[in-house]
Design a protein around this ligand. Structure first.
Ligand code: HEC
Length: 130
């Protein structure tokens, strides 16, 4: 057998396996780059309160990564979040999203993201909001 004969017979099963995997639920989510998972989660779970401009529902998260915690002048933060101090590092964002009330007792944000992979994807996406 020459390689030119063998090649198509190897390629077809691989192609079919790829199609089966791609159709399986969860595959697309697991394989998608963090940014595309992050943008979807952000749009579903965060955007209602966090738009491009700060509103009474929540401060905008544009530029939040690396910024001072509760540092915007266009939003009236809770005293709980203001008392926290420091900056929004990846670790701080992750901890806040995991358990907002544990990170900053008295914060008004009640929404948590229990899944660590989802948090990582959302944090990665927030870093693109500039
Ligand atoms: C129901 C409304 C609501 C939703 C949904 C929500 N938040 Fe919030 N978020 C708030 C409010 C209100 C604050 C201000 C909290 C305070 O002052 O204690 C806040 C604050 C924050 C802050 C701190 C901002 C700063 O300037 O210091 C971050 C980061 C944040 N939210 C991320 C998220 C992410 C990510 C999601 C989606 C997983 C999300 N929030 C979903 C209402 C919401």
């Amino acid at each position: 057998m020459t390689p030119s004969v063998r090649a198509p017979s190897l390629r077809l099963p691989a192609l079919l396996a790829g199609l089966v995997l791609a159709a399986a639920p969860g595959f697309a989510l697991a394989q998608a780059p963090a940014s595309s998972l992050g943008v979807r989660l952000f749009n579903m779970q965060c955007k209602t309160c966090h738009g491009e401009k700060s509103t009474p529902a929540g401060p905008t998260l544009t530029g939040v990564a690396g910024a001072p915690i509760a540092g915007r002048s266009d939003y009236a933060y809770s005293t709980g979040l203001k008392a926290k101090g420091g900056t929004w590092t990846d670790a701080a964002l992750d901890a806040y999203l995991a358990k907002p009330m544990a990170f900053a007792p008295g914060t008004r944000m009640m929404v948590a993201v229990p899944d660590a992979n989802n948090r990582a994807a959302i944090v990665a996406y927030m870093k693109t909001l500039k």
